[in-house]
Design a protein around this ligand. Structure first.
Ligand code: IFM
Length: 476
């Protein structure tokens, strides 16, 4: 395996790993329903906003859809066997709301729940702990037609769906995550419109962010009341954020982007407030009158643990003055950040063009623990897309192993500094439907031949299995 920065192979472990993780550390992979399941009209499932979006010409690269995806709905048993062969101790998957509660209202659909019962039972039989996420972006289309996340009612509907799903599966799934990456749902879905439902309305995106988090709080309360012994979390996509220079203007750009990507969720969730600077940065877009008394206390309902997805760092700068002396617009696409320039540093990038910055993960973990919370932390996603080539029956993806290796070292550094990091879920088990990029970006440690649905573990899968077997990494 080669490291793109050094062109060095990442060694497989010998008998004596020197970087050992705490015993009981969870080694997992993560996936999401719409990205892998397919079977979109099976057993009573109704369309989600992603079905509508992906079937709208021009929204997804090459017109790809999740109609078939990895056909995991039918092939889940093969996929669980694959996980067992890798030695995973945990698996994070998401539940499709429109499968379990078609249309987003009313009674549970037993046929939909049965699929997750089968999946969970199979995981348990293989000694793999199931981790369920309730919302990974597939809002029932009917709820979007009624206004979607910008409407308060969607938060209530989400709590009802969470309670009904947890009632059915809470006896065998101990670890529950409400939302995956509410930043993406709110700001890519309703702000820039590059994700479903594809709306570009700054005010709506700020309301969506609030109602997503309100739905999270209401859902945790409902589920905890039913089974207080289970663990409840939310997963945030957090970024390390740095100013491009030590100028005051760039420091302010970094403050703003940290606020609009990280603190806008961390502060309500863990401090019960929206920071004043964020309200000020958003004043042209929102008066925050949608925030009702008691909402912030609900959002700040205590968590059992927190999920963090980490991919890269934002390096940002203030706008440059144009020829006429006025500020040139930046290139951000969500409200409040229009004036900020995102700067690249010439570091190696993944196939998403995201700069590889493993120290940013250590920094993020320490910051969350130091400034916000003592609860156990989990990396619920981390991984990389690279251009993979199937040669014969092999895919050699050294850059991916090097990426994971570097990020696991960052996790180890954070643990050594006292951060209660308890597990790592690699994104992703399988190549899958990468949202607006369709099937053109491969994140899996397992190659999927989408024409035959054949699964081929990449060299990174063998490398990760070795890490799991040794509960650690070779000396670096
Ligand atoms: O594929 C996505 C996933 O659904 C959410 N987090 C980021 C991944 C890579 O873009």
């Amino acid at each position: 395996m080669t490291n793109p920065a050094t062109d060095q192979r990442v060694p497989l472990l010998g008998a004596e790993p020197r970087l050992t993780f705490p015993s009981g550390f969870r080694w997992g992979t993560a996936t999401a329903a719409y990205q892998i399941e397919g079977a979109v009209a099976e057993d009573g499932r109704t369309p989600s906003i992603w079905d509508t979006f992906s079937h709208t010409p021009g929204r997804v690269v090459e017109g790809h859809t999740g109609d078939v995806a990895c056909d995991h709905y039918r092939r889940y048993a093969d996929d669980v066997r694959l996980m067992a062969e890798l030695g995973l101790t945990a698996y994070r998957f998401s539940i499709a709301w429109p499968r379990v509660q078609p249309g987003g209202r009313g009674p549970a659909n037993q046929a939909g729940l049965d699929f997750y019962r089968r999946l969970v039972d199979d995981l348990l039989e293989h000694g793999i702990e199931p981790w369920a996420t309730l919302y990974h972006w597939d809002l029932p289309q009917e709820l979007e037609d009624a206004g979607g996340w910008p409407e308060r009612d969607t938060a209530e509907r989400f709590a009802e769906y969470a309670a009904l799903t947890h009632d059915a599966l809470g006896d065998r799934v101990r670890n529950w995550t409400t939302l995956n990456e509410p930043w993406c749902s709110a700001f890519l879905g309703y702000g820039s419109g590059v994700h479903a439902p594809g709306r570009s309305d700054g005010a709506a995106s700020v309301r969506a962010a609030h109602h997503l988090m309100l739905g999270h709080g209401l859902a945790v309360q409902a589920m905890r009341e039913a089974r207080p012994e289970n663990n409840f979390a939310v997963t945030l996509n957090l970024y390390a954020v740095s100013p491009a220079t030590d100028s005051e203007a760039d420091a302010d750009a970094a403050r703003r982007i940290d606020g609009l990507s990280n603190r806008i969720f961390l502060d309500p969730l863990l401090r019960g407030e929206y920071p004043e600077d964020i309200r000020a940065d958003l004043r042209e877009v929102s008066d925050f009158r949608h925030v009702r008394d008691g909402d912030l206390a609900t959002i700040a309902t205590p968590l059992s643990m927190l999920g963090i997805n980490y991919y890269s760092r934002h390096v940002v700068a203030a706008p440059e003055p144009g020829a006429d002396g006025t500020d040139q617009p930046g290139d951000a696409t969500w409200p409040g950040s229009e004036s900020v320039r995102f700067v690249t540093r010439g570091l190696p990038v993944t196939d998403m063009d995201w700069e590889i910055d493993a120290p940013g993960l250590d920094e993020t973990l320490r910051r969350v623990h130091r400034d916000y919370t003592d609860v156990p932390l989990y990396i619920t996603e981390n991984g990389a897309a690279f251009v993979d080539k199937l040669v014969g029956d092999e895919v050699d993806d050294p850059d991916r192993s090097a990426f994971i290796d570097a990020h696991l070292r960052a996790c180890h550094d954070a643990i050594s500094a006292g951060v209660p990091l308890r597990g790592y879920f690699l994104w992703s088990l399988l190549d899958n439907f990468e949202w607006a990029w369709g099937y053109t970006k491969r994140f899996g440690i397992t190659y999927v031949d989408f024409s035959s649905q054949r699964r081929i573990p990449k060299s990174s899968a063998r490398w990760y299995a070795d890490v799991i077997r040794h509960n650690g990494l070779a000396a670096g």
